[in-house]
Design a protein around this ligand. Structure first.
Ligand SMILES: CC(C)(COP(=O)(O)OP(=O)(O)OC[C@H]1O[C@@H](n2cnc3c(N)ncnc32)[C@H](O)[C@@H]1OP(=O)(O)O)[C@@H](O)C(=O)NCCC(=O)NCCS
Length: 146
C-alpha cells in the first residue's frame, strides 16, 4: 500500500482535543497557559494561520502563526513524538514562511525556552539565527485565575 504524506490544513474546532493532547505529549503546555483558551483566542485572530498536519485523520503536528504588521510569529509548534525527525516540523515551518511572506511579513520571530538545545538545532537547520535579544513578557489575562 502506498503510504501518503501527512496533509497540512487549517485547524478545525473538532481538532481541539487532539491538538491539546499533542501539545501535552510534546511538553508544551504550562500551568499558566490554558491551551483551550489559547485555541479559542486564535480562532478570533488570523485563524487561517493555525495549521495542523494529519495522517489518516489523526493530528500528527500543529502550530500557530500570526503577523502583527511588523513581525511574524510562530508558537506551539509540535510534532508528535513518534513522528519527530521525519521532516514534518520542517514542512510546517516552510508553510508558515510561505503564508507569512504572502502577507508581506518581512521577518519571522519565535521564542525557544532557554536550554531547549534540540529545538535550537532544529531552527538553526532551517536558517534561523539567535537574535541575541532578551525576551520580555507581561501577562495581561491570567488563565489560571478562578
Ligand atoms: C522541534 C520539532 C517541532 C521539530 O520537528 P521535527 O519534525 O522533529 O523536525 P524535522 O524532522 O523536520 O527536522 C528538520 C531538521 O532539523 C534538525 N533537527 C531536528 N531535530 C533535531 C534534533 N533533535 N537535534 C538536532 N537537529 C535536529 C535536523 O537538521 C533536521 O534535518 P535532517 O532531518 O535533514 O537532519 C519537534 O521535534 C517537536 O515537536 N519537539 C517538541 C516540542 C517543541 O519543543 N517545540 C518547539 C517549541 S519552540
Amino acid at each position: 500500500m502506498v503510504r501518503m504524506e501527512p496533509v497540512i490544513r487549517p485547524f478545525r474546532p473538532a481538532d481541539t482535543e487532539a491538538v491539546v493532547a499533542l501539545w501535552e505529549s510534546c511538553g508544551l503546555v504550562r500551568p499558566w497557559n490554558d491551551p483551550r483558551r489559547d485555541i479559542a483566542r486564535k480562532a478570533t485572530v488570523q485563524p487561517e494561520l493555525f495549521l495542523v498536519a494529519t495522517d489518516q485523520e489523526a493530528v500528527v503536528a500543529a502550530g500557530m502563526a500570526g503577523f502583527d504588521g511588523h513581525r511574524g510569529w510562530v508558537n506551539y509548534l509540535a510534532v508528535s513524538p513518534e513522528r519527530q525527525g521525519g521532516g514534518l516540523g520542517r514542512r510546517l515551518m516552510r508553510e508558515f514562511e510561505r503564508l507569512l511572506t504572502d502577507l508581506g511579513c518581512p521577518k519571522l520571530n519565535l521564542q525557544v525556552r532557554a536550554g531547549n538545545e534540540q529545538v535550537i538545532a532544529f531552527y538553526e537547520s532551517l536558517g534561523y539565527a539567535d537574535d541575541h535579544t532578551v525576551s520580555f513578557g507581561k501577562r495581561l489575562i491570567h488563565d489560571d485565575a478562578p
